[in-house]
Design a protein around this ligand. Structure first.
Ligand code: AMP
Length: 487
């Protein structure tokens, strides 16, 4: 049994009457949650992998935990994704049953797969204090598979093991010294691995998961006050909208802690968000890719540390290690300075994508194996600063996007010889546009919606006789960005 299994079982048994989940205006206690988990366990016992077509709902949390205790891999399937993309996630994830809630019943029915009605099963089978079956797992077995954007044109599944997940949750609670109990925000979609932090950190700490509605995502300052949150975790862009929404209004509720992850955290976003935290309580920047299990480094925000446009990435925690691959070789400690690609090593690193193991994403040095993060960093005054990406992966409004995937789908869909996707505009104004070469005309980009999620659909496209290239013969993305994209 991993530390995490033990920690959550203990909470389910010892904090029985405390609220575990506050979702859809209903509180569910720890003992009710235990009964619901036990009920779903009966229905998934024979599965190898369960797709979860539910997000920010009690049903999603129950199914995640039922899989976790049954030793069954779960695969989040975001209901907002196009049908074809959901089907490829089910196929590549080896899903043999898709669990759905009342809001996703029609969508689940349209997928033509074996499905599981979570609400119905709970209504029939759940009892308070139901006994959770705990199936023994090896730390190397896969707990969940998270599908992100893939540059080949298909979503890419990142398998994360029980050992890595357990290491992360116990490590982050210890590193941030999170107090026991309290009400935790839950803003992330289940298909974004930061939601796994929300679920497991909150329950391991005896707290309450407070699920956000679509309205809460638009009005985060109202969510903090109305739901009387203690602990905040979101992408940086929500810090800016919370501060904007709160401007000129009386502050009636304050958090104890705030965490941000997923994108570079602008220093002014962090400064402005401090008003929402009582007694100068801590605000942390977390950094990490899905492949390294949720987050890998942390840095407490220091308002007196001026001069950096974004909050530094900080240091690894637990048994995690980092190094930088510079032009002069690998530097195993940031104390020595340097700049280059950030390398990540230790128990949170995944074993590789199946089936293309070992395609150059790992490197070994002095007996330590590292994952190449693709993130470029520089050490400035002893601080680790994020400079951007080595590849064409971007973050837009918190979503991880491979521009190469948009290009691959665009070429495939319209039969173009060449297509280049770029982002124009800064931060919140950023939008994706695509330039392409084609003999004919493309009037309608709607077909892209069959394969790409809404956040990857270009806001403008432009036909060119030839894409501009630089001296190396590569597409000149700067030249593309300088074109007129207003129409
Ligand atoms: P994901 O796998 O969706 O979590 O995306 C991981 C990528 O998001 C990282 O490789 C970084 O490029 C970016 N990222 C995550 N957190 C941060 C952060 N605090 N600062 C800068 N970039 C970040």
């Amino acid at each position: 049994m991993t530390h995490l299994h033990q920690a959550i079982l203990k909470r389910l048994h010892e904090t029985e009457d405390n609220p575990a989940v506050d979702a859809d205006r209903k509180l569910t206690t720890y003992s009710q949650l235990a009964g619901q988990i036990a009920a779903i366990q009966q229905r998934i016992a024979r599965c190898r992998a369960v797709g979860i077509l539910s997000t920010r709902k009690l049903e999603a949390y129950i199914t995640v935990l039922a899989c976790f205790f049954s030793g069954i891999r779960f695969v989040p399937m975001n209901p907002a994704l196009p049908r074809d993309r959901l089907l490829s996630i089910a196929k590549f994830g080896g899903v043999d049953q898709i669990a759905f809630d009342a809001s996703t019943a029609d969508l689940a029915g349209s997928l033509g797969q074996v499905t599981l009605d979570i609400c119905d099963e709970i209504a029939q089978l759940a009892t308070d204090n139901g006994v959770i079956q705990h199936v023994e797992v090896k730390p190397t077995e896969i707990a969940y598979q998270m599908f992100t954007s893939g540059s080949t044109g298909d979503p890419k599944g990142v398998p994360v093991s029980y050992g890595s997940l357990s290491h992360y949750v116990t490590g982050i609670i210890d590193c941030l010294q999170m107090p026991e109990g309290g009400r935790y925000s839950q803003l992330f979609d289940l298909s974004f691995d930061l939601s796994i932090h929300d679920i497991f950190v909150t329950l391991a700490n005896g707290g309450t998961i407070v699920s956000a509605t679509a309205f809460d995502l638009l009005m985060p300052h109202v969510y903090i006050e109305k739901m009387q949150l203690d602990h905040w975790f979101s992408v940086p862009v929500l810090a800016a909208s919370a501060a904007r929404g709160q401007a000129g209004k009386e502050l009636k509720w304050q958090l104890s802690t705030a965490l941000f992850c997923g994108e570079a955290l602008p220093t002014d976003y962090a400064s402005n968000f401090c008003q929402f935290i009582k007694d100068g309580g801590p605000l942390f920047n977390l950094y990490g890719p899905t492949e390294a299990t949720i987050a890998f480094t942390t840095r407490k925000f220091d308002p007196d540390l001026n001069g950096f446009p974004t909050v530094p990435l900080g240091n690894p925690f637990g048994g995690n290690v980092i190094a930088i691959e510079t032009e002069n070789g690998i530097i195993p400690s940031i104390d020595e300075g340097g700049s280059g690609e950030l390398l990540l090593g230790g128990p949170q690193i995944f074993a590789g994508y199946d089936p293309d193991l070992g395609d150059g994403m790992f490197i070994s040095d002095d007996g330590q194996k590292y994952y190449r993060s693709g993130d470029l960093v520089e050490v400035v005054d002893g601080e680790l600063i994020h400079l951007g990406r080595k590849d064409s992966q971007i973050k837009l409004h918190g979503y991880r996007i491979e521009l190469g995937e948009i290009e691959a789908v665009f070429r495939r869909q319209f039969g173009c010889s060449a297509a280049a996707a770029i982002v124009i505009g800064e931060a919140e104004q950023g939008r994706i546009v695509v330039a392409f070469e084609h003999d004919g005309k493309i009037d309608d980009i709607e077909p892209l919606r069959d394969n790409l999620p809404a956040y990857m659909i270009p806001s403008a496209i432009k036909r060119l006789d030839a894409l501009p290239t630089n001296v190396n013969g590569k597409v000149d993305r700067k030249a593309l960005a300088s074109l007129d994209w207003t129409t």
